[in-house]
Design a protein around this ligand. Structure first.
Ligand code: PGA
Length: 235
């Protein structure tokens, strides 16, 4: 069995002392593990790890954009991936699909691989609009993009940080839908699942045949959890 991808999205959960401990205790030997610390900590991680992602980028390369970090700057440092379109960025920073499309193009133009997050909210899920919402996000976010250097992360918004994980059959069904939609767009991309994944439920989630891996938030900032999850996806 091919190793599943494990994306460790540390969000803004850790401070400097935690980072130092994390780096001393977490060893990563496989290419399938992608670490995504808060941007200012990336230089510390670069000393030890190869597969790093920035949690967000700005859509322009250089210029008068106070507080922003560009794909160009990130790729010059040796970072390989950029997360784009996380629901927290869509919500807190009002990111639209049009902006997300620009960010993806900027990342790819600068040689980064993209982790594109898509997902439905509870209301959409309950009113059976999941597939419609995901289809729209895929078509708008990937408009005029042909690259294969993209990982899709399907993250139902109501599963993020809540402990409410969809059952395996439902996840598998939605992933099949996403893959079929991508195929219709002439894209063949890995699709991972995210939302309250931890070292316990990952043992069940890994049984889903068509899932290519997982994106983990809260548990990715907990060293014991990380070590256990790395074992599960690497065996
Ligand atoms: P969570 O976050 O694992 O804390 O639910 C997942 C994510 O937002 O990527």
């Amino acid at each position: 069995m091919e190793n599943k991808i494990l994306i460790l999205n540390m969000k803004m959960y850790m401070e400097l002392k935690d980072i130092k401990e994390y780096i001393s205790k977490v060893n990563v030997t496989n290419d399938n593990i992608i670490l995504c610390p808060t941007a200012i900590y990336l230089p510390y991680f670069l000393k030890k790890y190869k597969n790093l992602a920035i949690q967000n980028i700005y859509a322009e390369d250089l210029g008068a954009y106070t507080g922003a970090i560009s794909a160009l700057q990130v790729s010059e440092l040796g970072i390989k991936y950029a997360i784009v379109g996380h629901s927290e960025c869509r919500n807190h920073f009002n990111e639209t699909d049009e902006l997300i499309n620009k960010k993806i193009k900027s990342a790819l133009d600068n040689g980064l691989k993209v982790i594109l997050c898509i997902g439905d909210n509870l209301e959409q899920y309950k009113s059976l609009k999941t597939k419609e919402v995901l289809k729209q996000q895929l078509h708008k976010d990937l408009y005029n993009i042909e690259s294969q250097n993209i990982i899709i992360a399907y993250e139902p918004i109501f599963s993020i940080g809540t402990g409410n994980v969809l059952d395996n059959e439902m996840i598998s069904n939605i992933i099949s839908f996403i893959k079929q939609e991508l195929c219709d767009m002439n894209l063949d991309l890995p699709v991972v699942y995210g939302g309250s994944v931890n070292s316990d439920n990952i043992k069940e989630l890994i049984k889903i045949k068509n899932v290519d891996g997982f994106m983990v938030g809260k548990s990715s900032s907990m060293i014991d959890e990380v070590l256990k999850m790395i074992k599960v996806v690497s065996s």
